[in-house]
Write a protein that binds this ligand. Structure first.
Ligand SMILES: [Zn+2]
Ligand SMILES: [Zn+2]
Length: 192
């Protein structure tokens, strides 16, 4: 199982709902007792315990201190897997094509370029990534490998070459616990 990744944000106060409110430890010796930095200004008692705060979380969320301020960590799921802004219409079609051929496509947005990481659940399916220029929104290149243990590799440079590579890619049929010994044997045995 892959480790859960969390998106951290300062925990909001539901009592005073002040956007600048932060929960800080009341006393550094007692991290379970917290106080809201804004509640008093709004006429509320600022004290709260971590166990009370946990009651406000949605399932899967966790609490943690970052720089002395209580934050809530929300597990990243596929619904967070939004395409970055600024992709060209042609890029979006290439992305759709890639998503139709692999079982999992995950965005890794970056400053200079974005990566669309492609994964398959079976051991012989394609895996790799497509690189997209952050400023241009255009597909730059793609790198694919077949099989986790060093199978065939393919590389394409430029939007049209990447599109052609993806178009030629068979829809992955390799099941999660595939017993085939090579990617070629797998493709053969799963085709019919
Ligand atoms: Zn408050
Ligand atoms: Zn297989």
């Amino acid at each position: 199982m892959s480790p859960t990744h969390y998106t951290w944000s300062p925990l909001r106060c539901t009592k005073c709902v002040d956007p600048d409110a932060q929960f800080v430890p009341e006393d550094s010796d007692c991290p379970d007792s917290l106080l809201c930095t804004k509640c008093l200004q709004h006429g509320h008692l600022p004290y709260i315990t971590t166990s009370e705060l946990r009651g406000h979380l949605t399932p899967g969320q966790v609490l943690g201190f970052h720089d002395g301020v209580m934050h809530v960590g929300t597990p990243q799921t596929d619904t967070d897997n939004q395409a970055p802004e600024g992709l060209t219409a042609y890029t979006r079609r290439v992305v759709e094509l890639a998503e139709s051929k692999v079982q999992r496509a995950t965005w890794k947005p970056g400053k200079a370029s974005h990566l669309l990481v492609l994964r398959s659940s079976g051991p012989h399916g394609p895996l790799g990534h497509i690189t997209i220029g952050a400023r241009s929104g255009k597909v730059l290149r793609a790198e694919l490998a077949y099989g986790r243990s060093g199978g065939r590799r393919e590389y394409a440079e430029g939007t049209n070459a990447v599109r052609a590579l993806l178009a030629a890619l068979p829809v992955t049929t390799c099941p999660p616990h595939c017993q085939a010994e090579t990617p070629e044997a797998c493709a053969g045995s799963n085709q019919r």
